[in-house]
Ligand binder design. Sequence first.
Ligand SMILES: [Zn+2]
Length: 223
Amino acid sequence: MIHLKKFLEEKTDKKIHIEVSEDRKNLVQIITKQDEKIVKIHQNLVNAPHPIIRAIADFITGKEKRKNKKTIVEYARKNPHLFSKQRKMNIDVTGKFYNLKQVFDKINEQFFNGSLSSVNISFGKRYYSKRHRSIVFGNYCPETNLIRINRSLDSDSVPEFFLEYIVFHEMLHAYLYLLDSGSTGHTKKFKMMEKELPNLEKAEKWKRENLSLFIGSKKEKHV
Ligand SMILES: [Zn+2]
């Protein structure tokens, strides 16, 4: 996988700022400023195969523009599942206690400069695994560009800083996938960036001390 931002910066010798969009009519748009280029790119082009990324880079630098534009458009045409209107997703942001969209917007502004507006968020099932005595609080799905948050976090016994920690964690996955290295794991960079959250330690401590709220009482755990 190619690191799009780095690749483009090396090719153009300019500072590149990438913004992802869902605009199917304008797959790649370039806004040139004095010493930087803003590249608006469809979210599903970010991880396109090498020759396509190369065509995008050449298109941006103005090299054989028409030919490269054709390559990009043809790639979109041959992969309609990536560029057709998103399947209807069941999006539900309203809980009894928390509104996920509000939490998301706040974190997006505070930590990501508003760059994650194309990412969707929704409450998912109140899922937990009794057998494995574990719980998945949230996840980010690159294919649907959707963050799901476990509905059991919508409770008055869950402090806001903990919900924010979970949402921030998944947004960081989305950020690194869409706008940085394309990775989805807990890389070094992920862990470094996660430390920017002031309540990180407080939230991790809360999790350790309150896990029983989600996966049954201590008694059950020893059965
Ligand atoms: Zn994670």
